[in-house]
Design a protein around this ligand. Structure first.
Ligand code: SAM
Length: 357
């Protein structure tokens, strides 16, 4: 069935009309009744790890510096999202967002917006030990730290860098800084770390951090993702089930909303582990996310094959109202789902690291 999407209309008189009403409130609605309120901002496409499923050993052709948005440009676009378009959560990601100079200042500036959004960070944790306090003081509310293994050798093999101890120090610092909850994102890879699901759970429970397993998605630059090699949510449940009883949380279905992780309570405890079945049980129907890349492109889906350029109009003098209107149009055309399971699926041209995970 072909579903016709409404064609977004940019009225020529829009910007003048919107300028006369200060901060006209719009929403980022798509043609399927979803409203984007969660903005993921990629601060850089660069990373200091080389996770085998994310980047080749030599890295990628990084975005030219002149194409990357400046701090002021990023803040201006986030402010438009928050003040005019109903964005309520701003997640800073990358590449590795801690590589961005002035991150603490950017967090403080975002925290000063009105209404103040929830500010979250997704990081590999390298360098976090020295910065967690400052980030929390600047107004960071939540943190997700990516950690796929607790074995130093496997960490080195998987990320091509011997930095497990540094990441663990980052996790400890985030907790000590009062960033609560600290969430841990883990991707399991067949034959590499897929035997570690319970070990990761045991560690997360003893550290008091919230573990989320994520199914590997087809977003690698090498285009090496294979469905039959992916560790599925069902396998993760089955593997954990050999050690603990997992109980579907009846409250989860009611309270999950747009949260991607399905939560399972570990029997006999009040701990819940999350499993994000992005591929085998897509949750696109509840998606409330929109993405801004480090070079100023709006992506209405992680898997979108088209983008909407905000950088060019931004640098050519467009008003806030004009940028807001372009953003509204970009989200209006969002597809109903990511389509990974369609026979015609094509991986997006940008890899995960250049989109913002
Ligand atoms: N550098 C930061 C970090 O490590 O958290 C932020 C960017 S990274 C791309 C964000 C998350 O995406 C990480 O948890 C990483 O494991 C995950 N990721 C990367 N490629 C993925 C893929 N193909 N499928 C699922 N998750 C992926």
């Amino acid at each position: 069935m072909v579903t016709m999407l409404p064609t977004p209309q940019l009225r020529p008189s829009y910007s003048a009309a919107a300028e006369s009403v200060s901060h006209e409130q719009l929403t980022l609605a798509d043609g399927f009744g979803r409203i984007a309120t969660d903005l993921r901002v990629s601060l850089t496409d660069r990373c200091n790890l080389r996770c085998t499923y994310c980047m080749p050993a030599e890295g990628l052709d990084w975005m030219p510096g002149a194409e990357v948005l400046t701090d002021d440009e990023i803040l201006r676009l986030i402010a438009i999202g928050v003040e005019r378009l109903g964005i309520r959560t701003v997640r800073l990601t990358g590449g590795e967002p801690l590589l961005r100079k002035n991150l603490e200042l950017l967090v403080a500036d975002i925290a000063a917006l009105s209404p103040a959004p929830v500010i979250a960070l997704t990081t590999n944790g390298i360098g976090l030990a020295a910065r967690a306090d400052k980030l929390a003081a600047a107004g960071l509310d939540r943190i997700n730290i990516s950690l796929d293994t607790l074995d130093p050798q496997t960490f080195k093999q998987l990320t091509r860098r011997p930095r497990l101890d540094v990441v663990l120090a980052g996790v400890a610092a985030a907790r000590a800084a009062g960033l609560h909850p600290v969430k841990i994102n883990s991707v399991l890879l067949r034959g590499i770390n897929d035997h570690e699901a319970f070990e990761l759970l045991h560690w997360a429970m003893s550290e008091g951090v919230q573990l989320r397993f994520i199914e590997q998605m087809p977003l690698d630059p090498q285009h090496g993702w294979k469905r039959d090699e992916m560790i599925t949510a069902a396998e993760i449940k089955q593997q954990l089930g050999q050690h603990v009883e997992l109980i579907e949380d009846p409250k989860d279905a009611l309270t999950r909303g747009s949260a991607p992780a399905e939560l399972f309570r570990v029997a006999g405890t009040d701990y819940s582990v999350g499993i994000i079945a992005s591929v085998t049980q897509p949750f696109c129907g509840a998606c409330d996310r929109v993405r801004l890349t480090a070079d100023g492109q709006i992506r209405n889906c992680l898997f979108a094959r088209t983008e909407s350029d905000l950088r060019t109009p931004l640098r050519s003098g467009a008003s806030d109202a004009e940028l807001a209107a372009l953003w509204v149009a970009a989200v209006a055309g969002k597809k109903p789902g990511h389509g990974i399971n369609d026979p015609s699926f094509l991986q997006p041209d940008r890899p995960m690291s250049a989109i913002g995970g």
